[in-house]
Design a protein around this ligand. Structure first.
Ligand SMILES: C[S@@+](CC[C@H](N)C(=O)[O-])C[C@H]1O[C@@H](n2cnc3c(N)ncnc32)[C@H](O)[C@@H]1O
Length: 210
């Protein structure tokens, strides 16, 4: 997606308002599902940052987790709430900008998911710091997003390198966590009409040990 004029909220509201079907699909992200199925993953609570119109938060809630989700777009949040109702799940949904949102002091989660938050470097690094600080002991941070190598491929994901991930940046952003998996490579995505096709992607999982 190219970045237009206006605030993040305005841009994303416009995109979600124009979307007939869920732009990133209704099925959960594949990596989130893979991590959730791992034997060492026993999360009972999850925080989904930039949860969009709700596929990941709703799926986790359907698995029995107590889920909090944050997204800057009020339109996405309304769509997500409608999706939760259709799925018969409850998710605490918050409309807020990750440029300045923080959890209440003392709040923590067993897992924090950051799936395709393609903001500027400053925004992504802040979100990762908030995510890492919000982990309960033993908690998992799980990130998937478009990689720097995707710059210049306008069909899918942002074109601007400042909005793309690399593994070194991810490791450096969460120095207190143990990295479980850090992978970058080409994947065939099939996650709704906006994320369909081959793309360079990072997948990153890390845990807070103590
Ligand atoms: C590519 S979509 C991914 C949505 C969802 N994670 C998924 O995988 O279906 C990116 C999401 O990031 C949200 N977002 C962008 N900038 C944000 C910000 N500053 N604060 C919170 N959410 C933001 C958008 O509203 C959008 O829902």
């Amino acid at each position: 997606m190219t970045q237009g004029e206006g605030s993040s909220a305005e841009r994303w509201d416009k995109r979600y308002r124009a979307a007939v079907e869920a732009p990133f699909g209704e099925a959960p992200n594949e990596y989130l599902r893979m991590i959730s199925a791992r034997s060492g993953f026993a999360a009972e609570t999850a925080l989904c940052l930039a949860d969009g119109d709700g596929r990941n938060g709703a799926w986790l809630a359907g698995q029995g987790l107590k889920v909090t989700a944050v997204d800057v777009s009020a339109v996405a949040t309304e769509r997500a709430e409608a999706f939760d109702r259709r799925r018969g799940v409850t998710v605490e949904r918050i409309t807020a900008d990750l440029a300045d949102w923080s959890p209440e002091p003392g709040q923590s989660w067993d897992a924090v998911f950051v799936i395709y938050l393609q903001g500027t470097t400053a925004l992504r690094l802040r979100a990762l710091r908030v995510a890492a600080a919000a982990l309960a002991p033993g908690g998992w941070l799980v990130v998937e997003g478009f990689a720097k190598a995707q710059a210049g491929c306008p069909d899918i994901g942002p074109n601007d390198a400042d909005r793309l991930y690399d593994l070194e940046e991810l490791r450096a952003a969460v120095p207190g966590l143990e990295v479980i998996e850090a992978w970058a490579g080409r994947l065939q995505l099939d996650e709704g009409p906006r994320h369909r096709g081959e793309a360079e992607v990072v997948r990153f999982a890390a845990r807070r040990l103590e």
